[in-house]
Design a protein. Structure first.
Length: 409
């Protein structure tokens, strides 16, 4: 069985996500499997996922996905480029994915592929260095550098959030044989705070939840996600929030020396000095970020640096996936999984105990994930309610008369 890949966070899973999965199956055929690579308990904007990864993955399988694999935390808390590279490497390693389907403001993969090729060309880096000398933010400098190599219409993709990520996907896909498919984004924009036509961004849903407008927020989610959220909330596992463990984060940051921050400042731009100074005295995360920010650094980058420091993530990303961790599947997903066991170029991990039989790199990555999930528990209303990462397997969703049934593999 072949599959279409979707790279996602589902933080939370809303109706725009459901539409994308339905479009993938419509465009590629009803027998196509939908394989999602989903961030675990941390998300790319530099934050805790609002609900546990198992609940979000199970909701995805009930809403159109067939199989959900985990994007490990080093890539989930990375730049758009690192996020894309890690997720695409997992799709490639699965050995069953023919297309990568993603939402796009432009709805056309052609300009995104051209941007990706230009960004990877020998002419781009010198132009980018010249633009960065003007002191603007990296995204602004990169777009101007790209305009010197492409039409302004093509380069404008870097001004649109989904298309920017799509360009990173296209860069990561080069030479893989996996074809990009851009689906026009429906409804509200990526960071819009309002719903349009019944579709809202994940940012808008989270904003409603933060204001206490729970019913309004959940009405914009996929029904399975709304149900999963209520279950997680009743169990004391949702919503996860940095406010619940802010002192724990700050304590960890105060423990760090300037050289620790320097290892995380991969741009070597002196940002680490600002962090080292501010972390010694800041009384809140908001105060810390306010002290560090400048117009050159997007807030998401600063938040990722905070979370990477908090979790003790290595400065450099791993070479590639040491295993493929299954979070959830349905019956078609288990059939896809059976085929992957023959075609995958990395071990398929369904039982945490099996990691002991893998190599040192796989064990090190799993240990890092388990440690990060223990710290995630501190961001939940009841930390004791969060299951031990080493003792839980994938959720298998089976169709039954009158509804679905969830069980462990």
């Amino acid at each position: 069985m072949t599959a279409a890949g979707i790279i996602t966070e589902y933080n939370p899973l809303h109706m725009g996500h459901v539409h994308l999965m339905a479009e993938a199956r419509r465009l590629l055929g009803p027998e196509t499997g939908i394989l999602c690579v989903m961030s675990g308990n941390y998300v790319q904007r530099g934050d805790f996922a609002i609900a546990d990864k198992a609940a979000r993955a199970a909701a995805a399988v009930q809403s159109g996905a067939d199989l959900v694999l985990e994007l490990p935390v080093p890539w989930a808390l990375s730049s758009a480029e690192g996020f894309a590279v890690g997720a695409v490497e997992i799709l490639k390693a699965a050995g069953a994915v023919t297309h990568l389907v993603f939402g796009s403001e432009g709805g056309d993969a052609g300009p995104l592929v051209r941007c990706a090729e230009a960004l990877c060309s020998q002419d781009f880096s010198p132009r980018l260095r010249e633009e960065l000398k003007q002191g603007d933010s990296f995204p602004a400098a990169r777009q101007r550098a790209l305009e010197a190599l492409l039409s302004k219409e093509d380069a404008a993709a870097l001004a649109r959030p989904n298309d920017t990520l799509g360009v990173e996907y296209c860069k990561a896909l080069r030479g893989s044989g996996i074809r990009p498919v851009a689906v026009p984004r429906r409804g509200a924009g990526h960071d819009s705070k309002t719903a349009t036509g019944g579709f809202a961004s994940a940012s808008a849903v989270r904003a409603l939840l933060q204001r206490g407008e729970e019913e309004a927020a959940l009405s914009l989610c996929a029904p399975a996600m709304a149900e999963a959220y209520r279950t997680e909330q009743a169990a004391g596992r949702a919503p996860a929030s940095s406010a619940l463990c802010e002192r724990a984060v700050l304590a960890r940051l105060r423990f760090l020396e300037e050289e620790d921050w320097a290892a995380l400042d991969q741009g070597n731009e002196g940002l680490y000095r600002r962090f080292a100074r501010a972390a010694r005295t800041a009384g809140s995360l908001a105060e810390l970020l306010e002290a560090v920010k400048t117009k050159r650094y997007p807030l998401a980058r600063l938040r990722r640096m905070v979370f990477r420091a908090y979790l003790g993530l290595p400065p450099a990303l791993p070479e590639g996936p040491a295993y493929l961790r299954v979070l959830a599947a349905n019956e078609r997903g288990t059939a896809l999984l059976a085929g992957m066991r023959k075609t995958a170029s990395a071990p398929v991990l369904t039982k945490p105990a099996a990691v002991r039989r893998l190599g040192e790199e796989a064990r090190r990555l799993f240990d890092l994930e388990a440690r990060a999930d223990r710290l995630y528990a501190l961001a939940c209303p009841d930390p004791a309610a969060v299951p031990d990462e080493r003792r839980r397997g994938p959720v298998i969703v089976r169709e039954e008369a009158g509804g679905t049934k969830e069980e462990s593999l």
